[in-house]
Ligand binder design. Structure first.
Ligand SMILES: *Cc1c(COP(=O)(O)O)cnc(C)c1O
Length: 400
């Protein structure tokens, strides 16, 4: 049977204490026991359905983690207080001093900074590669390499990772493939394509409201259990637990994610085609000339489209700034970082979300200083939005 993330979520049965259609919020840090022995068993992970302490597991967090795990088709999930917590804990759990990582050079700025600046103090080093060059990835593997790290759709140039091919390399070397799927929930299920660990910033599309920061790690039961082991689990010991009140809110938003992804994709495809027709240099994986178009078509789940992210090249950062200020004034959306919001957000990548990446590296990865990244919103009338954008482009002298 075909795997469909939205149907997986639809079939979840999660009730509250009184038959509530939404599960109850467990507003407790600790949990009581009637028998002392049950507490001992719970500590040893031997008491099914018992909770001990909310840094380890909280029922509200478990409901959300279960929903994300079924969406990804993994055995287990664990939710974190941020996307960065999910990423850093997963990596730190796999690597020890002296180990090596092979990572896509285009990643989220915070991830790049963690790999490049932070991990060397634990003597963990990273080789950065063009993740779409499978030969280069294979050649970068060393005897001490423990994982390959990538994003399904990389930020901000929207390169597409060939997950089955990367999984092949990882399996050949007995190492882990860790994939950040933040840009492409529902559209892609990396674990189904061979990724060993899937990490998320739920802050973006999954929650979709821009009202909180949250993350998730999905993998097999063995990996998740070992991450929350009381004696040496990285998540348990570093402690980035999500607030259960937030978990409960995010869980409700997951049930509309499929509809939102479809509308984000529809609107982005519409704008990308308009930009192209207007002669603007545009990056969108839904355009046939995008270098990742065919790869994405091969690995994507049908009917969610090519995603809600677009980048256009305004050549200079000054022109990018002018356009963004104008678009904010003309109600196209907001000049803000982040993505996956119901309104359109735009920012100049080189000066914002990728500013952790040194300018020479930005050049090397083909990131123009005038690159404006759009997270296209849920606009009901995207034609009307295009007319506004077109007016702004004309005013800054970018259209004849
Ligand atoms: C935002 C983002 C992150 C970091 O997530 P936070 O929730 O802000 O900690 C990681 N990866 C990608 C691709 C992101 O867009």
């Amino acid at each position: 049977m075909k795997f469909d993330p939205a149907s997986q979520i639809q079939d979840l049965k999660q009730f509250g204490e009184f038959g509530d259609v939404n599960p109850c919020i467990t507003d407790s840090a600790t949990f009581t026991f009637m028998q002392a022995k049950t507490m001992v068993d719970t500590f040893q992970g031997k008491a099914e359905g018992c909770y001990l302490y909310s840094r380890h597991w909280n029922p509200s967090n478990k409901y959300l983690a279960d929903a994300i795990a079924v969406m990804e088709g993994t055995e287990e999930g664990w939710v974190t207080a941020s996307g960065m917590a999910a990423i850093t804990c997963a990596i730190l759990h796999i690597c020890k001093a002296g180990d090596h990582i092979v990572s896509s050079i285009t990643t989220y700025g915070g991830t790049f900074a963690f790999l490049q600046n932070y991990l060397p103090k634990f003597n963990i080093t990273t080789s950065f590669v063009d993740i779409t060059n499978i030969d280069e990835v294979g050649k970068a593997i060393q005897p001490n390499t423990k994982l390959i790290y990538t994003e399904t759709m990389t930020n901000p140039l929207l390169q597409i990772s060939d997950i089955p091919a990367l999984a092949n390399i990882a399996n050949k070397h007995g190492i882990k493939l860790v994939v950040d799927n933040t840009f492409t929930p529902m559209m892609i299920a990396p674990a189904r394509l061979g990724a060993h660990i899937v990490v998320y910033s739920l802050t973006k599309y999954v929650n979709g409201k821009n009202d909180c920061i949250a993350g998730a790690i999905c993998s097999d039961k063995e990996f998740i259990d070992s991450m929350i082991d009381v004696n040496n689990g990285t998540a348990m010991l570093l402690g980035p637990a999500l607030d259960p009140l937030r978990s409960s809110a995010i869980l409700k938003n997951i049930h509309t994610l499929h509809l939102r992804m479809r509308q984000h994709s529809y609107n982005a495809q519409f704008l990308a085609e308009k930009f192209k027709k207007a002669g603007i240099k545009v990056v969108y994986p839904g355009l046939p000339e995008h270098p990742g178009h065919d790869t994405l078509k091969r690995i994507m789940n049908p009917s969610y489209g090519f995603g809600g992210m677009i980048a256009i090249d305004l050549v200079t950062s000054k022109q990018a700034a002018e356009l963004m200020e104008l678009m904010e004034m003309e109600d196209v959306g907001y000049l803000a970082v982040s993505l996956g919001y119901f309104k359109t957000l735009f920012s100049n990548s080189g000066k914002s979300t990728s500013s952790e990446v040194p300018e020479d590296v930005q050049h090397e990865m083909g990131l123009s200083e005038g690159l404006v990244r759009f997270s296209v919103g849920l606009d009901n009338d995207i034609e009307r939005t295009w007319e506004r954008i077109e007016g702004c482009l004309r005013k800054v002298g970018f259209l004849g």
